[in-house]
Design a protein around this ligand. Structure first.
Ligand code: ZN
Length: 388
């Protein structure tokens, strides 16, 4: 490779000078090859760095055919260029990536599990380990990983000789390493040693905070969602706002919102039960007012819920030789309806209602439900002509 990888030796380097060795025109715009770069190309679960080269935006960085290509829309002037990374974005990635090393290191020490997956997304960092863990074990690993931050342990990145590597104890994704020519070690002094190609912070203290925000059992092991540093701070702030809003809503102290919510849920359950009782009583009273008759019964209710309509129509079918129809709504908004009958072929009626009154409906020969956009008068005229 023609390009010196600054990011491998110095993860904290955010601006540098370089010479453009070659420019290639590609489908994605221009691709610049530099003699040295601090831009990390996408790899190992981490996205490419962005920034500027000679005043021109770097949109993506990829390794292609052994070259590091910096993709830009236009070409910078000259060949000697000043380069700068989007430092905040890179710092965020390094906080999360080193946080993942520390968590996996702590889990490996306590349980012997390997890291079998890593992805650093825009919102969360996720990683997988090879065995199951209890919530208590997860919390213990989290505390252990944060100890490295508290100790502000130095971080060193180096490529040991093949001989030195043989006696070195380090974590690695074995299947990937077999093909690798040389192995770069990222070591957090006293806490973790791991094979990794990404740029890293120079001290663990810069991670700031490591917080696992979610975990699930996955393929016999665990998948974790975690946030580090400023991402963790932002998340804390968002959650705190939510809790404050809930606390105001329930007039409860922030750490008592769950019990306050439970009290409200109980109240809602009781209210639902009394509404149900009242609803059934209304249906019973309405039915009591209707004598058994030959003619069809057509009721228009202003605002009746679907369940009451159904119960009323089901029991009402016994009251008439014709159809028992319940409509609820208004001429402006249209009507929902339920129609029942002991003997009328209601499925055929549904087709006629769709044709004559618009809207949609369906069901069986015993009951049809649906909605129409006609007026009460139109519906009554239609049903009277059909059944009375
Ligand atoms: Zn790594």
């Amino acid at each position: 490779m023609r390009t010196e990888k600054i990011y491998e030796k110095d993860g904290m380097c955010m601006s540098f000078h370089a010479n453009i060795l070659e420019t290639v025109e590609t489908k994605q715009g221009y691709a610049l090859i530099l003699d040295r770069t601090a831009f990390f190309p996408e790899g190992g679960g981490q996205t490419a760095d962005t920034g500027v080269i000679g005043g021109v935006r770097v949109l993506d960085v990829q390794i292609r055919d052994g070259e590091i290509l910096h993709y830009t829309e236009t070409l910078p002037e000259g060949t000697a260029v000043a380069c700068a990374l989007d430092a905040e974005a890179r710092f965020r990635k390094m906080q999360n990536h080193l946080g993942e090393h520390l968590l996996c290191g702590a889990i490996h020490r306590a349980h012997g599990y390997e890291n079998v997956g890593f992805h650093l997304g825009a919102d969360y960092m996720t990683f997988d380990v090879s065995g199951p863990m209890t919530p208590e074990e997860i919390y213990a690993a989290e505390v252990e990983a944060n100890r490295a931050i508290a100790a502000d342990a130095p971080v060193r990145c180096y490529v040991p000789t093949k001989e030195a590597l043989q006696t070195l104890d380090y974590r690695a994704k074995s299947e990937k390493l077999e093909a690798a020519e040389e192995i770069r070690i990222v070591e957090v002094e006293g806490f973790d040693r791991c094979a990794c190609c990404a740029p890293h912070l120079d001290r663990a203290g810069k991670v700031g905070l490591i917080k696992i925000v979610d975990a699930m059992h996955y393929k016999g092991g665990m998948r974790f969602w975690a946030l580090c540093g400023f991402d963790a701070l932002r998340d804390y702030d968002t959650r705190l706002r939510e809790i404050r809003a809930l606390s105001a809503l329930f007039s409860a102290k922030p750490h008592e919102v769950v019990s306050a919510a439970n009290v409200k849920m109980d109240e809602i359950s009781q209210l639902k039960a009394s509404i149900g009782n009242m609803r059934r009583e209304i249906v019973r009273l309405k039915l009591a007012l209707i004598p058994p008759q030959k003619e069809s019964v057509i009721l228009f209710e202003e605002d009746m819920d679907a369940l009451s309509m159904r119960e009323l129509a089901t029991a009402g079918a016994e009251k008439t030789e014709g159809v028992f129809a319940v409509f609820s709504g208004s001429d402006e908004t249209g009507y929902r309806f339920t129609v029942t009958a002991k003997s009328a072929p209601l499925r055929a009626l549904a087709a006629e209602i769709r044709k004559a009154l618009g809207g949609k409906c369906g069901g069986s020969d015993l009951m049809i439900t649906g909605q129409v956009s006609c007026t009460e008068r139109e519906a009554r005229t239609f049903l009277a002509a059909k059944f009375n």
